[in-house]
Design a protein around this ligand. Structure first.
Ligand code: C5P
Length: 405
């Protein structure tokens, strides 16, 4: 399996002789399945041309913060949210200093400040510059803030010196980047997720459904598998491909989804209900296509089972997480559902905001549990899914500890 399939990597290139190796790095990242966009600093363009990187990445190269043309395409905030990882290779001493000081004086530093994604640097510089206490202090500051530092390696340098400061080889950097996606926070855990809409048949050709795309549930399934969980994705009809290392169970109606969900009870440690389940279904499915009526027609509807409530009241109840898609008083209603459905956690989002939620690629949510609430600002659904899975894994581990003490 390609280790970076579907990963969106923003490759930052700063000014250093190792920038020539960044062309090869783009190739390696793409070989591993990543979608790569390149951002270059002004100094980087003295060493390698944007055209080379554009041809290799297959995407336009971003070079300026205040470029109206670029902002009209993918603006800098959008780019910061697009990234699943920002990898800066080579990272010069000057870039590290600016990042450690929180500067936003060019596109790349601004993206690093704005992004919710992890950041990794591959330092590359003269050995004296690397050993300098100022650079070492900046490296420590960045590490403490969670920035990953890949290398540098030691050896012969372009300037003739021998010592630490060489950029790691492209293949090594691609492997290290892939390693950042696997948190192992859910190693050995079985996790089920419902996703997508359900379809409630009226007759052989018609049904009642909703606009859910399934994107959030699929992103959660992928993030959970990356964290080491055995994932069963119980999916209503969607257009999405099954994420790698995930077992998908395809269902159509709420009733099918209910049966598939209950079939996993006993072996399921965590259950996440992300599906937009139809609340009602037609009381009878007509065997033949219903003929047009003259003026109006009535379809009698009956309530569907509430899947997440049934899971939460099961004898072998897993850690149960629900979603609350609301258009007003979002937190108030979410808290009500947390209690009423007896959930361990609920993830609330405002679906009246068309920039997020149903069908969009971005979302912003508030996570509510009995101990309080936490807002996660707007970001890409895959990045958000990773943060949600980390939160779920942490709460699940806490609850297990409390129960066993
Ligand atoms: O009550 P409401 O539909 O707003 O609750 C939303 C939450 O309940 C979501 O987690 C959804 O997946 C779940 N749900 C369910 N079965 C239903 C209806 C909702 O699991 N029939």
């Amino acid at each position: 399996m390609k280790q970076l399939s579907n990963r969106q990597i923003l490759l930052g290139i700063t000014g250093g002789i190792a920038a020539y190796k960044s062309a090869e790095l783009v190739r390696r990242l793409k070989d591993h399945g990543a979608d790569v966009r390149v951002v270059m600093t002004a100094a980087a363009m003295e060493f390698i041309t944007p055209l080379t990187l554009q041809a290799l990445s297959g995407n336009p190269v971003h070079t300026a913060l205040l470029d109206p043309e670029a902002e009209a395409g993918m603006g800098h905030i959008e780019l910061a949210r697009w990234a699943d990882l920002i990898l800066v290779a080579p990272a010069s001493a000057d870039f590290m200093a600016r990042l450690a000081n929180g500067r936003g004086d060019d596109l790349l530093t601004t993206l690093c400040l704005a992004t919710p994604a992890p950041i990794a640097l591959a330092p590359a510089m003269n050995q004296g510059m690397w050993r300098d206490p100022a650079t070492q202090a900046n490296a420590d500051t960045l590490r403490q803030r969670g920035v990953a530092l890949f290398g540098p390696a030691a050896g012969e340098q372009a300037c003739g010196d021998i010592g630490p400061g060489r950029m790691l080889e492209s293949e090594q950097l691609a492997e290290l980047a892939a390693g950042l996606f696997n948190s192992r926070a859910l190693d050995g855990i079985s996790l089920s997720i419902t996703a997508g809409p359900t379809r409630e048949a009226i007759d052989p050709v018609r049904y009642i459904s909703n606009h859910s795309s399934g994107k959030m549930g699929y992103a959660l399934a992928e993030a959970a598998a990356d964290a080491g969980a055995r994932v069963t994705l119980i999916s209503g009809p969607t257009q999405l491909p099954c994420p790698p290392r995930v077992t998908r169970v395809d269902v159509i109606s709420a009733d099918d989804m209910y049966k598939a969900s209950m079939a996993n009870m006993g072996s399921c440690d965590i259950f996440i209900a992300c599906a937009a389940v139809a609340d009602y279904r037609p009381a009878h499915i007509e065997e033949q296509k219903i003929k047009k009526q003259n003026t109006s027609m009535n379809i009698e509807l009956v309530r569907n089972p509430d899947i997440v409530s049934a899971v939460a009241s099961h004898d072998q109840r897993p850690f149960t997480v629900g979603f609350a898609a609301e258009t007003q008083d979002v937190i108030h209603y979410a808290k009500g559902k947390l209690e009423k459905k007896n959930l361990d956690m609920i993830i609330a989002n405002d679906v009246s905001d068309t920039r997020i939620g149903f069908n969009s690629d971005e979302n912003s949510v508030t996570v509510v549990d009995p101990s309080g609430q936490q807002k996660l600002e707007q970001m890409g659904k895959r990045q958000l899914a990773k943060q949600l899975i980390d939160l779920i894994a942490a709460r699940y581990a806490e609850q297990k500890r409390d129960h066993s003490s």
